[in-house]
Design a protein around this ligand. Structure first.
Ligand code: ADP
Ligand code: MG
Length: 591
C-alpha cells in the first residue's frame, strides 16, 4: 500500500478510514461474527427459559428442561471463549491498523522538509504519532463492534419482548432513553472535569519541578515563604479539581446503580399489574426481568461509542491534515540525477528568508571552484549556516539559484544531490545504537572493515577500542555517553565513509578544547583533500590555510580573499583575527 499525498487530498475521509480495514478484514469479520454470536446467545437465553417454564415444567418434561439448562451452561462456556476471541483478536486488529497508520504517518513525515520541522514542535508531533493514532484505532475496532452489538441486543430484546406483550415491552423500555441521555450528559461533565484535572496536574507537576530545581535560587533570595504560599494555592486548586472530578464520577455511578436496580423493580411492578389482568404469566415476567438486566451493557457501549467517535474522528482529521501536507521541497518532474560530480558550487544572486520572515541573505554571488578549500567566517547570526543549507537544498532560495557543476540544485533529484554532499554539523546527532552502526550511518551498505577504516581516518579508532565494548559500545540516547570531541569525530567518520565530492563543516570544532581541536584538525585536513570543502569556522586559526575566505555579515559577503590578502586589506577579517589573538593571548597569560 504505497500512497502519495494526492491520495489523501483527493479522497473523502471516510473512504480513507475504511481503506485501513482492507488488509485486516479477515480479523475484523472474525471479530464481528463472534460478537454477533455472543449477542444471539444473550438474546436466546431469556426467551428459551420462558418457553421451558411455560411448556416443559407444566408437562413435567424435567429431563428436557435440565438438558436445556445444561445446553445453556455449555453455551455460556462458549460465550466466554468467544469473548476471548473478540477481546484478543479485536485488539490485535486495532493494533495492526494502528501500526499501518503509524507507518504511513511516519514515512510521510520523513518526506517533509526542514521548514515543517521548524514550524512544528517535537512534543506536539510525538503526541500525534501516539495519542491521535491510538484514538483512531480505538474507534476503528471498538466502534463498529460496540455500535453493532448494542443495536442488535437492544433491538433484538425489544422485538422479542414485543412478541410476548408489547405494552409491557414499551413500559420496560421507557427508561432506556432517559438512561441514555443521563449517561451522555454525565460523561460529558466527567470529561470536562477530567480535562481540568489534567491541566491542574500538569501545572502542579511543573511547579514541583521548577520549585525543586529553583530551590537554591529561592534560598539565595530568601524567597522560601513566597514559594511556599504560591505552592499552597496551587495545591488547594488541585484538591478542588480532583474533588469536582470525583463528584461527577460519583453522580454518574450513583445514577448507573439507580437505573440498574430500578429497572427490574419497574418490570416486576408493571408485570404484576399485567399478571393481575391476565395479560402475561410468571414465565413471561422472568424473561422480561432477564432482558432488562442485559440492557445496561449495550447502553454503556452506545455512550462509549459517542465519545470514541468524537475523539477518534478528531484524531483522524488531525492525521489527515498532516497526510495532506505537501513537502515544500520536492523533486522537479524533469529532475536529473547528478553523476560524475566535479564539485563546483556557485551561488547566483541568491536571496533567502525563512517562511517569509526577515531577510537572511541578500543577493549573494559566489563561485567555489571544484576541489577548493573555502571558508566562511563572520559574527554569529550572519547567515553562514543558512547559506550552506541551501547547497543540499534543505531550503530553497527565495531568489536566484544555487548551482553544482552548473546544474541548478532544483533540477537535480534530492537523492543524488545529497549523495554528493557530506555535512558535519555543529550539533552532532547520534542514534541510540552502537558506535559501529552510528558510523555506518554514513553509508548503510559499508562493511565492518570499511567502518573501521573510516574511524581510523577520523582519529577515533583508538578511542573506540578503549570503550567497554569497542565498536559494539552503546552510545546512549543522543550519544550522551560520549564526549563532545568523540561525537564530532564519529560524525567525521560518517562523512569519510560516505566519501562525497563536496563536504561542509559547520563550526565543527567550536565546541571543543584546543587539544581535541588539534587532534581533529589532522583528520579534517585529510577529509578536505581532493574535495570541494566548505568550512564555517569560529576559530579563525583553523582556516588560515584555506584557499579563500569570505566574511559573511548582515545578509551579505563583505570581504573575500586568501588569509594574507585579507590581512593586508586590514578590514573586517583582520579585525576579527586580531580580536581572537587578543583573547588567546590574555588566556595564556592568565594561566
Ligand atoms: P550563522 O550560522 O552565521 O550564525 P544562521 O544562518 O544560523 O547564522 O542564522 C542567520 C539568521 O537566520 C539568524 O537571524 C537566525 O535567527 C535566522 N534563522 C536561522 N535558522 C532559522 C530557522 N530555522 N527559522 C527561522 N530563522 C532562522
Ligand atoms: Mg551557524
Amino acid at each position: 500500500m504505497t500512497r502519495n499525498v494526492a491520495y489523501y487530498q483527493k479522497n473523502r475521509p471516510l473512504k480513507i478510514f475504511l481503506s485501513y480495514y482492507g488488509p485486516h478484514k479477515h480479523l475484523f469479520f472474525l471479530d464481528m461474527f463472534c460478537a454477533l454470536v455472543i449477542c444471539l446467545i444473550d438474546l436466546a437465553f431469556p426467551y428459551l427459559s420462558r418457553s421451558a417454564l411455560n411448556h416443559l415444567l407444566p408437562q413435567q418434561e424435567y429431563r428436557v428442561f435440565f438438558l436445556l439448562i445444561g445446553f445453556f451452561a455449555v453455551a455460556y462456556v462458549g460465550k466466554g471463549l468467544l469473548y476471548f476471541v473478540v477481546s484478543y483478536w479485536g485488539h490485535v486488529f486495532g493494533v495492526r491498523v494502528e501500526a499501518d497508520l503509524r507507518r504511513d504517518l511516519y514515512s510521510h513525515m520523513e518526506s517533509l522538509s526542514f521548514s515543517f520541522f521548524d514550524k512544528n514542535r517535537t512534543g506536539v508531533l510525538m503526541s500525534r504519532v501516539t495519542n491521535d493514532l491510538f484514538e483512531i484505532t480505538e474507534l476503528a475496532h471498538h466502534g463498529p463492534e460496540d455500535l453493532f452489538i448494542s443495536t442488535v441486543t437492544l433491538v433484538g430484546a425489544f422485538g422479542i419482548m414485543c412478541t410476548i406483550e408489547w405494552k409491557l415491552a414499551v413500559l420496560s423500555f421507557a427508561i432506556v432513553p432517559f438512561f441514555l441521555l443521563f449517561t451522555i450528559y454525565q460523561r460529558r461533565k466527567m470529561r470536562r472535569a477530567n480535562l481540568k484535572l489534567k491541566a491542574q496536574t500538569a501545572e502542579i507537576n511543573a511547579a514541583i519541578e521548577s520549585g525543586i530545581s529553583g530551590m537554591r535560587t529561592a534560598k539565595a533570595f530568601q524567597n522560601e515563604e513566597t514559594e511556599k504560599e504560591k505552592f499552597k494555592v496551587m495545591n488547594r486548586r488541585f484538591v478542588q479539581a480532583k474533588s469536582t472530578y470525583y463528584k461527577t464520577m460519583a453522580t454518574f455511578q450513583g445514577g448507573m446503580e439507580f437505573s440498574l436496580s430500578i429497572m427490574p423493580v419497574l418490570v416486576i411492578g408493571a408485570g404484576g399489574y399485567f399478571i393481575m389482568r391476565d395479560a402475561v404469566n410468571y414465565a413471561d415476567l422472568v424473561a422480561f426481568t432477564l432482558y432488562v438486566t442485559t440492557f445496561t451493557t449495550p447502553v454503556k457501549k452506545l455512550v462509549n461509542f459517542v465519545e470514541q467517535f468524537m475523539q477518534g474522528s478528531a484524531g483522524f482529521s488531525r492525521f489527515l491534515e498532516l497526510m495532506r501536507l505537501e513537502p515544500e521541497i520536492q523533486d522537479a518532474p524533469d529532475a536529473q540525477d547528478l553523476d560524475s560530480v566535479q564539485g563546483e558550487v556557485r551561488f547566483d544572486h541568491v536571496s533567502f528568508q525563512y517562511n517569509n520572515q526577515a531577510q537572511v541573505l541578500r543577493d549573494i554571488s559566489l563561485t567555489i571552484p571544484a576541489g577548493e578549500k573555502f571558508a566562511f567566517v563572520g559574527p554569529s547570526g550572519g547567515g553562514k549556516t543558512t547559506l550552506c543549507q541551501l547547497i543540499p537544498r534543505f531550503y530553497d532560495v527565495t531568489e536566484g539559484a544555487v548551482l553544482i557543476d552548473g546544474h541548478d540544485v532544483r533540477k537535480i533529484t534530492q537523492h543524488s544531490l545529497r549523495q554528493n554532499i557530506g555535512i558535519v554539523q555543529q550539533e552532532v546527532f547520534l542514534f541510540a545504537d552502537s558506535v559501529l552502526e552510528n558510523i555506518r550511518y554514513g553509508r548503510p551498505d559499508a562493511t565492518d572493515e570499511e567502518v573501521v577504516w573510516a574511524a581510523r581516518q577520523a582519529e577515533i579508532h583508538e578511542d573506540i577500542l578503549a570503550m567497554p565494548n569497542g565498536y559494539e559500545t552503546y552510545v546512549g540516547e543522543r550519544g550522551v555517553m560520549l564526549s563532545g570531541g568523540q561525537k564530532q569525530r564519529i560524525s567525521i567518520a560518517r562523512v569519510f565513509l560516505k566519501n562525497p565530492p563536496i563536504v561542509i563543516l559547520d563550526e565543527a570544532t567550536s565546541a571543543l578544547d584546543s587539544v581535541t581541536e588539534a587532534k581533529i584538525q589532522a583528520s579534517f585536513d585529510r577529509l578536505c583533500e581532493g574535495r570541494t570543502s566548505i568550512i564555517i569556522a569560529h576559530r579563525l586559526s583553523t582556516i588560515r590555510n584555506a584557499d579563500r575566505i569570505a566574511v559573511v555579515d548582515r545578509e551579505e559577503i563583505i570581504e573575500q580573499g586568501s588569509h594574507p590578502s585579507l590581512m593586508a586589506q586590514n578590514g573586517e577579517y583582520a579585525a576579527l583575527v586580531r580580536a581572537q589573538e587578543q583573547i588567546a593571548f590574555s588566556k595564556n597569560h592568565a594561566m
